[in-house]
Design a protein around this ligand. Structure first.
Ligand code: PGA
Length: 266
């Protein structure tokens, strides 16, 4: 049993596919993943597994999971801050809810950097998601430059405060700490670094939403997570799972990450 399970937080292993795998590839992948985890007799009571495919895959993934009653969750990689209207190319939270999405990633560093998403826009997206019954997976994290200038926690904590400005205690959210320097670089944070920031984020959650919400909220680590390093992160008391990018596209690797409990004691 991991420390987070003891604290009552069910670990979450999330696959952020980014712009990879079309809907046909998604169907094949999700089917194989479910078989592989069934073969391994995964106890889903001890770990939640969620897939975040591109928007165009969502309907196929929804249909497959519902038809085969697969114990997998899914969500989108982004959401519009707006309800509806003249926003060409955007996807409303209500549309995601209508597809049975449970989660939505918000504020990923690639959105912040490549699409200039501001803290204010991210806060509006978080509110839109919660307003429609979606659970935001809010990403925060510092760049290498921020780390040098401000230390490890300052930027993620400031991003968290900005994003949750309008969120009320008791709201169901997930926070993903993803140091930008660790994303896709092959250079993951150390478990101690991840724990230090996760602990700080939990203190901030407590200030913003109260002790109960802070204790119930899952904080994930993301950035070059692999089967070979997941156990180290999961041993930390404030790390409740992982947001996995590159390694989530490799079935064997991802399946092994999901089964972290097999190697967490080693
Ligand atoms: P990575 O990506 O696992 O490829 O580093 C993580 C992410 O961007 O969510």
């Amino acid at each position: 049993m991991t420390t987070s399970t003891v604290a009552g937080r069910r670990p979450l292993i999330a696959a952020n596919w980014k712009m990879n795998l079309d809907h046909l590839q998604a169907i094949a992948f999700v089917q194989k993943l479910a078989w592989s985890l069934k073969d391994a007799k995964l106890d889903y009571g001890t770990v939640e597994v969620a897939i975040f495919p591109p928007f165009t895959d969502l309907r196929s993934v929804q249909t497959l999971i519902a038809a085969d009653k697969l114990p997998l969750r899914f969500g989108a990689q982004d959401v519009s801050a707006h309800e509806s209207g003249a926003y060409t190319g955007e996807i409303a939270a209500s549309f995601l809810k209508a597809l049975d999405c449970e989660y939505v990633i918000i504020g990923h560093s690639e959105r912040r950097t490549l699409h200039d998403e501001s803290d204010e826009e991210i806060a509006t997206k978080v509110a839109a998601a919660i307003g429609h019954g979606l659970i935001p997976v809010l990403c925060v994290g510092e760049t290498a430059e921020d780390l040098e200038k401000h230390g490890p926690s300052a930027v993620p904590v400031a991003q968290l405060k900005a994003a949750l400005a309008a969120v009320k205690p008791g709201a169901d959210i997930v926070v993903a700490y993803e140091p930008v320097w660790a994303i896709g670089s092959g250079q993951a944070a150390t478990p101690a670094q991840a724990e230090q920031v996760a602990a700080q984020l939990r203190v901030t959650l407590s200030e913003l939403l109260g002790a109960d919400s802070a204790a119930a909220t899952r904080i994930l680590y993301g950035g070059s997570v692999k089967a070979s390093n997941i156990a180290g992160f999961m041993r930390e008391p404030n790390v409740d799972g992982a947001l996995v990018g590159g390694a989530s596209l490799d079935l064997t690797e991802f399946s092994s990450i999901v089964q972290f409990q097999k190697h967490v004691g080693t």
